[in-house]
Ligand binder design. Structure first.
Ligand code: PMV
Length: 298
């Protein structure tokens, strides 16, 4: 069975597109896929009841992405791939990358191709490009590799080690957003006002580098404060919504050490950092429908 996990960016989204560092975690919730030799190429997606044929010229990004994935297997037989998606789409949890990683992983398994998870993640960048135009590569990399890691474009992933697990609560605002539109909006701000936006990116990177130290030292109180500050900078780039802000405030009032939007913003998800698993369960219950707990170690 092929597998691509979802990811949560703890700090550094958007700045990461422009070459700055970010920290992300892989979560257990993700996409599973199975490939089989068939009469024609087909991608089935559950629970969306979609059956798509690969087409590099299609208006449907999944059909273009499937064509890009199949193009990397010269001489293969016709393939039917079935993917089971257990992540909200357009929600900042890296759903499109997780589908890409799971589909490639399933095809590798069927064809007996062996490669490292890092190489699998790198191969899924072609899939991500179909969706986002200019992806940093953090989603496909974290989807394949998992754990907790510092990512910077073009540099090998730096896994972060700690003897203390991270207790995260992930909440979905119910507002879908387009990563491409949000990345384009930040790039437009950067073109119009380079000094202000570069300062915002530099501020985010110094939070990221301190967060790396806090994670390694197991200092989750400091990490929570850095997460809150990153949320404020993302708000100043107009990436946050009233709903996401309210959810972060609710989580902090319920005892979270820190809370922020995650991923592209303009909707999608937020997450909160809890001191302990029981506190994470309490924050999940207060956030209500759809919120879930993710425990990340390594
Ligand atoms: O919302 P998501 O899961 O697609 O995350 C996007 C993260 C960005 O930094 C906004 C874009 C990128 O390619 O890194």
């Amino acid at each position: 069975m092929g597998f691509g996990r979802g990811k949560v960016i703890l700090l550094g989204e958007h700045a990461v597109v422009h070459g700055f560092a970010a920290i992300a975690v892989g979560i257990e919730q993700g996409v599973r896929a199975k490939a089989a030799v068939a009469r024609r190429d087909l991608l089935r997606l559950t629970p969306w009841s979609l059956a798509l044929e690969p087409d590099p010229a299609s208006e449907e990004p999944l059909e273009r992405a499937f064509a890009a994935a199949l193009a990397s297997y010269p001489g293969r037989p016709p393939l039917e791939v079935h993917a089971w998606v257990d992540l909200p789409a357009g929600a900042g949890l890296g759903c499109s990358a997780a589908i890409g990683v799971a589909v490639l992983d399933a095809i590798d398994e069927l064809l007996g191709i062996e490669r490292s998870r890092a190489a699998l993640g790198a191969a899924a960048l072609a899939w991500e490009r179909v969706f986002h135009g200019n992806p940093s590569g953090i989603d496909n990399t974290m989807s394949a590799v998992g754990g907790v890691a510092l990512f910077r474009k073009g540099v090998p992933l730096e896994p972060l080690h700690s003897n203390k697990a991270l207790h995260l609560v992930i909440g979905y605002s119910g507002e879908a957003s387009s990563t491409k539109d949000m990345v384009d909006s930040v790039t437009r701000q950067l073109d119009r006002d380079p000094d202000r936006v570069r300062k915002a990116f530099e501020g985010i990177e110094s939070l990221v580098l301190n967060a790396k130290l806090a994670i390694e030292a197991g200092d989750h109180v400091a990490l929570g404060q850095l997460i809150d500050l990153n949320h404020t900078i993302l708000s100043s780039l107009m990436l946050c919504t009233t709903k996401l802000d309210a959810m972060c405030q609710i989580a902090r009032a319920a005892g979270a050490l820190g809370a922020k939007m995650t991923g592209a913003g303009g909707g999608g998800c937020m997450f909160a950092l809890a001191a302990k698993l029981e506190e994470a369960h309490h924050i999940r219950d207060v956030l209500g429908t759809g919120a879930f707990v993710a425990e990340v170690s390594r």
